[in-house]
Design a protein around this ligand. Structure first.
Ligand code: SAM
Length: 306
């Protein structure tokens, strides 16, 4: 059991500019943990999975598929970086419920400092307990901090060598995406890496309405970005893309989406509202868009120029 001493308490970092999306998005995530576990699996990973069907000889769980995907991204970062990847400071931006921070701490056992940033206090509270129980209090800091404000994170003289941003910019307005990449550019070391996963759209404007039936769009999925736009913003802020590929495959993403939909329908047969309903309906629309080549999951490794 975790003790109060082991728990990592989040520190508030707040800039002067309000993010008009923030409160709505935080509310969109505010289901209890049991509900999210029923939908996402035990590890609460919320960004695709690699199932490798039909190569995998047995059914692969959401937890295993999600971990495989993250591990593949780390392997890609290590194999495509211009240097040996041995980070001294890591940031997980939009750190969810903490599993990736734990995975990163194990992947890079020599890294003395891992930071997680999130706009959701309840997710950070869970991170604090989860990571504390795993003996990571000495190496981990948690910040209640919007991506817009990463410039204000403590210790600017200690730059980030690795920043993980998975499933986060999907929620961002174009203005927020550009502001957060510009802020990151100030805090990433020369040669530092961004490891990104996001859904990007071909003919972004034309397909804008198709992803969800829900006009209230609690998950803010309407700011669709094209691969060209996404990488142009990285380049304009001093990052060079070392690797960009469709990963997981469209088939694996459709598998993941339809598994979430099936979990929602099985566990909540009386029906759902709000974010879960948006997720349920987006699962079908997005799967079709992916199979038609209008959308794809992009894995990107970008390196800060010297
Ligand atoms: C789809 S989840 C992905 C979680 C995790 N990165 C993963 O790969 O499983 C998106 C996460 O981004 C966080 N988030 C959304 N907007 C944010 C913002 N403006 N600044 C910081 N975190 C944000 C959410 O609270 C949530 O934890």
């Amino acid at each position: 059991m975790s003790t109060a001493e082991e728990k990592i308490e989040p520190v508030v970092v707040r800039g002067s500019t309000e993010d008009p999306q923030q409160d709505g998005l935080v509310a969109a995530y505010e289901y209890d943990l049991q509900t999210w576990r029923k939908v996402l699996g035990e590890y609460l990973l919320f960004e695709w999975g690699v199932f490798d069907h039909p190569e995998s000889p047995r059914p692969v769980s959401l937890d295993e598929a999600g971990t495989r995907f993250f591990d593949r991204q780390l392997e890609l970062a290590e194999s495509t970086a211009s240097h040996v990847v041995a980070p001294r400071r890591i940031l997980d931006l939009g750190c969810g419920w903490g599993f990736l921070l734990q995975r990163l701490a194990r992947w890079f056992p020599e890294c003395p400092r891992l930071d997680g940033a999130n706009i959701s206090r309840s997710q950070l509270d869970h991170c604090g307990t989860y990571l504390g129980e795993r003996g990571l209090k000495d190496r981990t800091n948690l910040y209640l901090c919007n991506a817009r404000d990463v410039r204000l994170l403590p210790d600017p003289d200690d730059p980030y060598d690795l920043v993980v941003i998975r499933g986060v910019t999907t929620h961002f307005s174009y203005e927020l995406y550009e502001a957060s990449v510009s802020a990151l550019a100030d805090r990433v070391a020369p040669g530092g890496l961004l490891v990104i996963s996001d859904t990007l759209y071909e003919n972004a404007d034309a397909s804008a309405a198709a992803i969800t039936d829900d006009t209230s769009d609690p998950f803010e999925l309407r700011y669709q970005k094209s691969p060209e736009y996404f990488t142009r913003v990285l380049n304009d802020n001093g990052f060079t893309v070392r690797d960009q590929r469709i990963l997981p495959s469209n088939t694996d993403v459709a598998h993941w989406l339809l598994e979430l939909r099936s979990n929602i329908e099985t566990h909540f047969p009386e029906g759902v509202t709000g974010t879960l309903e948006e997720l349920r309906s987006a699962a079908v629309h997005l799967s079709i868009m992916m199979l038609r080549g209008q959308a794809a999951a992009h894995s990107i490794v970008a390196e800060r120029n010297d």
